[in-house]
Ligand binder design. Sequence first.
Ligand code: ADE
Ligand code: ZN
Length: 328
Amino acid sequence: MAIDLLELPKAELHLHIEGTLEPELMFELARRNDVELPFPDVESIRRAYVFDDLQSFLDIYYAGCRVLVTEQDFSDLTAAYLQRAAHDGVRHAEIFFDPQTHTERGIDFATVVHGISRALVDGERELGITTRLILCFLRHLSADAAMATLELALPHREAITAVGLDSSEVGNPPERFREVFERARAEGFLAVAHAGEEGPPEYIWQALDVLGVRRIDHGVRCMEDERLVEQLVAEQIPLTVCPLSNVKLRVFPELGAHNFRTMLERGLCVSINSDDPAYFGGYIGENYTATADALGLTRDQMVQVAKNSFRASFLDEQDQARHLEAIG
Ligand code: ADE
Ligand code: ZN
């Protein structure tokens, strides 16, 4: 392909900041905070990153989060991601964080938000990457717990653009969170939700119709419901697809079997993202390159994907137009 996919300006729209915790930093923070890790070294952590499904990943991901304790830890984590993202041509990033993973361990909500936000401000100044922050509710916990988390977020509303929904999908349908999303939207937050990663197309319908989301995270199982695909295409509802994640979590047996190309050619507003790059073997650049190679995507198709990423972002129209012009 006569195009450098790392240089291609892009937006990253599906990235869990806790999923960027590389084993080296995990070790450093464990030492700094006197947290015991069940692994003797970095190599053995990497070797443990073999997953059967979403839940087997989440168990390890939440365990790793225990090393994140101070504002500085969250700031270091975020700064490291932004450096890596800049290298991969990211000009704008909309970043998920999972406050409940931390507040449940007694970490203050403010510690998490202040640490992440400090690095985002520095990153914009030093790297020119603009950002938005998205608070994700953990769907394996109760709707009441999500509502309590939303209350904690209200004093920090200027730092947080949207709410999302993540964690164990199957058995935790979006409709359980109707009230908390209604309240969040009434408070001025935008909404997104993970749906159709492992869960059925019905969960995508619920995310749209019950939660009022502006984007679907993953959404690859929409292809099983033709009426849903027609609606997603007609309304150009963005789907933030994460190809390397889908292979690692066995949603698809290999990258060559991924339905990304079919989705793109069907006219869906799909983008390519990295999800939890420290765990899934690649940041956004590798996701672009490996997907293009495995599925034989053309230069024009990859340009379309990058354009989709800006059109699907929460940037205003003027900023979107500026980025689209830069792509050409
Ligand atoms: N939390 C972090 N990564 C996730 C994913 N891929 N799906 C659901 N919840 C997550
Ligand atoms: Zn995700």
